[in-house]
Design a protein around this ligand. Structure first.
Ligand code: NI
Length: 182
């Protein structure tokens, strides 16, 4: 299929509650899923939701492949998740840095549940049910928020932990150097 333009924060489609997908395994649904996967790969993203390419339907894709350069990084199986439902399995919440292809160049610290169960269907209508923690749980909550018209800055509680990626990296390097000098 094809790489689509990713809508940016401020576009009204990103603020809408997306509609449920009524039927699985249709040519239109397969085409939408392929567009999402192609666009995510082209942007080197960890996840993408249909509203981000202008389609207000409850479809998300996410996944992080193993990178031989970073063997310790967590991986997430490549997943197509449709009509998802998330259930927190504990009250525990943790802060973590997030970015979003609809908020390019920026990063912010967002509180998310650390232990969730999610359910939904793939594009063929096969049931998906997983219990996950930490980073995997964070990615799913971020992507599913897009289906309710929520972008991560709206979840932030500490707006001081928000900035441009390049500046945050510089600041982190400077802090690490001054730690090392001590
Ligand atoms: Ni996003």
């Amino acid at each position: 299929m094809s790489v689509k333009k990713v809508l940016r924060m401020g576009d009204p489609v990103l603020m809408k509650v997306a509609s449920a997908v009524p039927t699985y395994n249709t040519p239109a649904l397969h085409a939408l899923v392929q567009d999402l996967l192609d666009t995510m790969a082209a942007q080197d993203g960890a996840g993408l939701a249909a509203p981000q390419i202008g389609i207000s339907q409850r479809v998300v894709v996410f996944g992080i492949a193993a990178n031989p350069r970073y063997p310790d990084e967590e991986t997430i199986p490549m997943t197509v998740l449709i009509n998802p439902v998330i259930e927190p399995l504990s009250e525990a919440v943790a802060d973590g840095w997030e970015g979003c292809l609809s908020v390019p160049g920026l990063r912010g610290e967002v509180p998310r549940y650390t232990h969730i169960r999610y359910r939904g269907f793939d594009q063929f209508g096969m049931k998906i049910e997983r219990e996950v923690t930490d980073f995997h749980a964070r990615v799913v909550q971020h992507e599913c928020d897009h289906l309710d018209g929520i972008l991560y800055p709206q979840r932030m509680t500490n707006m001081r932990a928000f900035g441009f990626e390049a500046e945050l990296e510089k600041a982190a390097e400077a802090a690490a150097e001054s730690d090392a000098a001590r």
